[in-house]
Design a protein around this ligand. Structure first.
Ligand code: URA
Length: 216
């Protein structure tokens, strides 16, 4: 069977609540950052279900030995926040994956062409092919930034079937483009919005997630 992009919108009231707070134009920057942290936490919680590498073992309770499941420390877990806005999701995501290695990517969109370019790339030359990778990319508008990030990861040996994306708002054009280019990928997002305006902003979206996070 041909692979197909999987997109999940977890029906969790906390995700809906913090999405509403982040969308509201009246939300001040400090509360917006809280919303991003909480969305990072709960979307990561959902995204790592059936993704986290585990191992089956036995533990001795005070009363008896019993079967147990532990997180497998031998499989590398990696998080890739896409700056600037992805930094907002990182604190919450890290509470779920405290042992993950974090490789920052700074990617900026040209305001006119909407083409992405890198200003920071902390990825190692080679990734372990078994690495479980979680990309934090807050706004999937055209998908251009995420495409650039995924190409970098694939060039370094990433297995996209072990790669998940956490985003807050995903627009239909981004999902269409990702499904054509990266059918092995899985995306977790708080919402799917219809489209983009002429400046490449998602509508209704939540505005510029980087500016709102950092008060710029
Ligand atoms: N990046 C943002 O921060 N907001 C959008 O709507 C699109 C891209």
């Amino acid at each position: 069977m041909a692979l197909q992009l999987r997109v999940y919108v977890p029906p969790h009231p906390l995700i809906r609540h913090w999405l509403a707070v982040s969308r509201d134009v009246g939300t001040p920057s400090a509360l917006f950052r809280t919303a991003m942290t909480e969305l990072g936490r709960w979307l990561t919680y959902e995204a790592i279900r059936e993704w986290m590498p585990t191992l089956e073992t036995q533990v001795q309770t005070p009363l008896a030995e019993c079967p147990a499941t532990l997180i497998d420390p031998n499989v590398p877990m990696v998080m890739v926040p896409i700056l600037r806005a992805g930094l907002g999701l990182l604190d919450g995501a890290q509470t779920m994956l405290p042992l993950a290695s974090i490789y920052h990517l700074g990617i900026v969109r040209n305001e006119e062409t909407l083409q992405p370019s890198f200003y920071l790339n902390k990825l190692p030359d080679r990734l372990d092919p078994k690495a479980h990778i979680l990309i934090l990319d807050t706004m999937l508008a055209t998908g251009g930034t995420l495409t650039a990030a995924l190409n970098e990861l694939v060039n370094r040996g990433a297995d996209l079937s072990l790669t998940r994306v956490v985003s807050v708002v995903a627009a239909a054009p981004a999902l269409q483009s990702l499904s054509e280019q990266f059918p092995a990928l899985t995306v977790y997002t708080a919402t799917i919005d219809e489209g983009l305006n002429q400046n490449g902003y998602i509508v209704p979206g939540l505005g510029d997630a980087g500016d709102r996070s950092f008060g710029t």
